[in-house]
Design a protein around this ligand. Structure first.
Ligand code: NAD
Length: 492
């Protein structure tokens, strides 16, 4: 704990004195308007930095810088691009411990989870760096009268708009493939977590990424974010955030025919059948909703448990949830830190009354938590006695809040699981492999794990169905989004 505090202290002093500017064309600059906003720590409300508040003018400067840089970046040979992106990964790894502690203070995420976030971010860069050469690969389709060749070219400057949960790792997941494809980027990070986005832009510059290839404009979604989605030089928007924001972005981008890729909200089911390995299932259930403060798009926020084992399973679960340690995010013992913002804390806490009014039971938690620093802490909460029509079974809470819904049989489980507007992930626990595959086939979700918690494998498709998203990330799926496919036909 003390080592983490010692590490973060000088970083915070520097952050406060320097503030956070935009990174545009390789330079740290203030907003054209001169406006700023304050970013505060969820731990104790301390002002961490004054941040440049971008508007359409700043977006225009950044988009112009990205468009200029695109002309040369797209021509950089794949081997050279690969080398540069590996250097960015090296820089991230060299600063992994700083990134971890800053992310804890800026977002409230517990250090035990953030310690690995920067390493995963570096892996994202390395994975796509190694695929720079194959990004342009197309197909050879000879016909009687023509040679037919397809190839891919980068689409152009793109916008990347990211949320505040695990912001550093998540933004690299979007930015790395865009750069590897040969696109240039304007990144608009979430206004509640600007600190490590600024660090990423600076590390990329230090690593030698040419000016204008990665630009960062801070500010509000409805101001800077909106302007980015409307800018004519920006050819595509990779967006991660709420489903309602995705709808707004689609409308905003319509006049300029933006290509969009959306990773949105979820209300993901974990289905536990009576024949599953209950101890392993229990570990996964606890991990997938109470890690990362439950502020996790892939969290299993609905536990569907078979009636025959429900009482026994809930009893064990109750013991586990009661034992979770809420505390300071820099304390290695902490499992749940403060939530990102007072407005988000209020949203999560509003669901305690929603649960009671719906007639469900709050078996554990149900109150704000009095934690160190007086920050936005909340008790890990377990809601039982719920049925699938209740709001706590339908709406994304995005906190350490689990709703338990018993089911009778396979058919009932599938009906409940699919009975929400979302379709991001699903988790199934059973020892019957035939059933596991049947249920996986029937679930309306983009990603399904059988007898496992969520484990990310970078080449596989990542994304959701229904209100949880449009498009897929990962491996070649990312390149398909950031590139245009071009067909060339030569007469024989
Ligand atoms: P949000 O939609 O409020 O904000 C996300 C980003 O969009 C921010 O940078 C914000 O400034 C910007 N924004 C807001 N309004 C905008 C507009 N009109 N035009 C352009 N940009 C705009 O989401 P949040 O509260 O920051 O993040 C939490 C949400 O993100 C949850 O719903 C969660 O499920 C989702 N999420 C999804 C995934 C996934 O992979 N599916 C991953 C992480 C988070």
């Amino acid at each position: 704990f003390q080592a983490n505090r010692d590490r973060v202290a000088p970083l915070l002093v520097r952050l406060k004195s320097e503030g956070i500017g935009h990174m545009i064309g390789g330079k740290t600059v203030p907003s054209v308007s001169g406006q700023t906003f304050e970013t505060k720590s969820p731990v104790d409300g301390a002002v961490l930095a004054s941040v440049a508040r971008g508007n359409a003018d700043d977006i225009d400067r950044a988009a112009t810088a990205a468009a200029t840089a695109f002309k040369s970046w797209r021509e950089v040979p794949a081997a050279a691009r690969k080398k540069l992106l590996h250097r960015v990964a090296d820089a991230i790894e060299d600063h992994a411990d700083d990134i971890a502690v800053l992310e804890c203070i800026d977002t409230g995420q517990a250090h035990r989870f953030m310690a690995k976030a920067a390493i995963r971010a570096a892996e994202n860069f390395r994975f796509f760096a190694d695929r720079c050469a194959e990004a342009r690969d197309g197909l050879n389709m000879p016909a009687e009268e023509h040679w037919n060749i397809s190839t891919r070219v980068p689409i152009g400057p793109v916008g990347v708009i990211t949320p505040w949960n695990t912001p550093f790792m998540l933004s690299t997941w979007k930015i790395a493939p865009a750069l590897a494809a040969g696109c240039t980027v304007v990144h608009k990070p979430a206004e509640w977590s600007p600190v490590t986005a600024d660090l990423l832009a600076k590390l990329a510059k230090q690593a030698g990424l040419p000016d204008g290839v990665l630009n960062t404009v801070h500010g509000m979604g409805e101001e800077a974010g909106k302007a980015l989605t409307e800018h004519p030089a920006i050819k595509a928007i990779g967006f991660v955030g709420e489903s309602s924001t995705g709808s707004a972005i689609m409308a905003q981008g319509a006049p300029t025919l933006k290509r969009v890729h959306f990773e949105l909200g979820g209300k993901n089911p974990v289905i536990v059948f009576e024949d599953s390995d209950l101890d392993r299932a229990l570990d996964a259930v606890v991990f997938m909703i109470y890690s990362l403060n439950g502020e996790r798009c892939t969290s299993s926020s609905r536990l569907l448990v078979q009636e025959s084992i429900a009482d026994k399973f809930i009893e064990k679960l109750t013991v586990r949830v009661k034992a979770l340690k809420v505390g300071h995010p820099l304390d290695p013992a902490t499992e749940i830190g403060p939530l990102i913002h007072e407005r988000h804390l209020a949203k999560v806490c509003s669901y305690f009354d929603v649960a009671r009014n719906d007639g469900a039971t709050i078996a554990v938690g149900g109150k704000p938590h009095d934690g160190p620093g007086g920050g936005h802490y909340v008790q890990p909460t377990l809601v039982t006695g719920a049925h699938s029509k209740m709001r706590v079974a339908q709406e994304e809470v995005f906190g350490p809040f689990l709703t338990v819904i018993p089911f009778r049989d396979e058919k009932d489980a599938i009906e409940i699981a699919n009975g929400v507007q979302y379709g991001l992930t699903g988790y199934v626990w059973t020892s019957d492999m035939g059933r596991a595959l049947r249920v996986a086939d029937a679930l309306e979700a983009g990603m399904i794990w059988l007898n496992s918690e969520n484990v990310r494998h970078l080449p596989t498709p990542f994304g959701g169905m229904k209100s949880s998203g449009i498009g897929r990330d990962g491996g070649d799926y990312s390149f398909d989004f950031y590139m245009e496919t071009k067909h060339v036909s030569l007469a024989r």
